[in-house]
Design a protein around this ligand. Structure first.
Ligand code: NAP
Length: 239
């Protein structure tokens, strides 16, 4: 049967690559992001776009409901939307902390909850995008890292509670996407290039590419007896 998948963060980076790969496999996909033009560029002929901001509860619910209605059910939910506002802890604002928790933790959990009846009916699966920062924290990333830690914990907690719906996560090291090339607190373009090269040096296999992560997402979707696993995918960073 054709797999029906809702993918968030599909307008960029890892989510876009997941969308391409699953469409090439023959899946029917519903794609979420805020940048509608970028979603159109990712969408194949049978894809559905469900744009909208996931940090707004009513919009988030609408995105799930529209995707379920358009796909006629749901076999997999891939939650790749993510937001980083890295800054030293001492200058981290409450607004930035809350925004990172909302997009990276609250939104994915509540989207799973809303999609649960459909996922149960299909004995479907969930894939969260965590981070190696949970195991190997870096200065200035607290809001993002604690949100991802929540997803790692949720992966294990929900695997038992929601079975036979499967719940897994990928914890990538640094993957070369627009997220890592966005200037951080006080950085200029040269600083970004220097930081990215330093990050590359930390990974024995160099930086990851979105296709590396997309392949792992497909593995998690395909592997029937796998749940509650946070798959580290990091080019040897944490080895
Ligand atoms: N790149 C890495 O090194 C790395 C490492 C570990 C984990 N991750 C995780 O992997 C996932 C994908 O990251 P990426 O590197 O592919 O990042 P990216 O290229 O910056 O893409 C982020 C995606 O999230 C969407 N998004 C952000 N805020 C949103 C909001 N409020 N509402 C709806 N969509 C929102 C963006 O949509 P629009 O642009 O359309 O707004 C975009 O599609 C994220 O969860 C990230 O935390 C990335």
């Amino acid at each position: 049967m054709t797999r029906r998948v809702l993918i968030t963060g599909a307008s960029s980076g890892i989510g876009a690559e997941v969308a391409w790969l699953l469409q090439a496999d023959g899946a029917r996909v519903a794609l979420n992001g805020r940048d509608e033009a970028a979603l159109v560029a990712v969408a194949g002929e049978s894809a559905i776009s469900v744009p909208g901001p996931l940090d707004e509860p009513s919009e988030r619910d609408r995105v799930v409901d529209q995707a379920l209605a358009a796909l006629g059910g749901l076999d997999a939910l891939v939650l790749s939307a993510g937001y980083a506002a890295h800054a030293p802890f001492e200058v981290m604002s409450e607004a930035a902390l809350r925004a990172q928790l909302e997009v990276n933790l609250v939104a994915p959990l509540l989207m799973v909850q809303r999609a649960l009846p459909a996922l149960r009916e299909a004995r479907g699966c969930v894939v969260f995008l965590g981070s190696t920062l949970v195991e190997r924290p870096a200065p200035g990333t607290l809001g993002y890292t604690v949100a991802k830690a929540g997803l790692h914990a949720a992966t294990r907690a929900l695997a038992g509670e929601l079975a036979p719906v499967r719940v897994n996560a990928i914890a990538p090291g640094v993957v070369d996407t627009p997220m890592i090339r966005a200037p951080r607190h006080g950085e200029d373009t040269d600083d970004v290039a220097t930081r990215v090269e330093a990050l590359r040096e930390l990974h024995p296999l160099g930086l990851g590419e979105p296709a590396d992560v997309a392949g792992a997402v497909r593995y998690l979707l395909d592997t029937r007896w796998l749940t509650g696993t946070v798959l580290t995918l990091d080019g040897g960073l944490t080895a």
